[in-house]
Design a protein around this ligand. Sequence first.
Ligand code: NDP
Length: 283
Amino acid sequence: LSARLLDGRDLARRLAPALRTRVAALPRPPGLAVVLVGEDPASAVYVERKHERAERLGFHQATIRLPVDTPQGALEALIDELNVDPRIDGVLVQLPLPSQIDAGAVLGRILPEKDVDGFHVVNTGRLSQGLAALVPCTPLGVMRLIADAGLPLAGCDALVVGRSNIVGRPMAMLLEQAHATVTLAHSRTRNLEDHVRRADLVVAAVGRPDHIRGAWIKPGAVVIDVGINRLADGSLVGDVEFGPAAARAGAITPVPGGVGPMTIAMLMENTVTAAERRQGLAR
Ligand code: NDP
């Protein structure tokens, strides 16, 4: 391993004191509501982590667990309640949702100023125009990791693999706003290898183990692995073939312990930002 490890757990820990200071300056604690529909085990773990972190930071919080067969109307009624609850600053609906639910309609029902996941079209639109917005937590966390490591983005060739609304698309927008020259690759991209070989920065958000081969990485490149894939033996790996990639890269995120902890840290930060805005503390 020659690459520098970008440790998301460590950075998340280092960001906590500044967040506590912001929480302490609020007239009332920030409020976060997390809604989980069904019993998907991975989602249950993520929701539990969010709950624990919010509790440790002294948030007012509610974790609402609904049965897997919850109808659309009931979920929307819950969102409406949370939207008008004065103690709640942030509403998050854990994805994926069961198939009877129209996820777009649910996410679109959350008040944009409480949309701490940043998935509402208003926040997406504001982000795309470079206006103040609640920004999706995973790409925001990636930007923080890159900034903390002091890695220059202006003018660099950045490749984002994956174009979901949750990760890849907002990631590409943020990198472009930081003046990178961005390529956004997806399942129809031809010759992914050639794109990777040219890139100074690779962000992989595909959801396929070892999809990005280590030998493709340009020597010295920065590699951010968003992927979380569980193998048959129970272990977690990313989308990048870690060992060979780490031998060539200048810096790389581990899986786990890279992007994942930053996603939760940014959710906490977005909730505080939403609380500050809603309580009249401009930011
Ligand atoms: P999606 O399944 O929504 O998107 C996957 C993207 O990968 C799509 O844009 C798809 O292209 C693209 N893709 C699929 N196959 C290929 C291929 N062969 N070559 C190039 N691109 C391909 O996933 P998400 O964006 O939600 O998540 C991606 C990964 O990140 C997952 O492993 C997920 O678990 C993880 N994740 C991790 C988080 C964290 O905190 N660390 C947070 C969120 C997600 P197309 O659009 O053409 O179908």
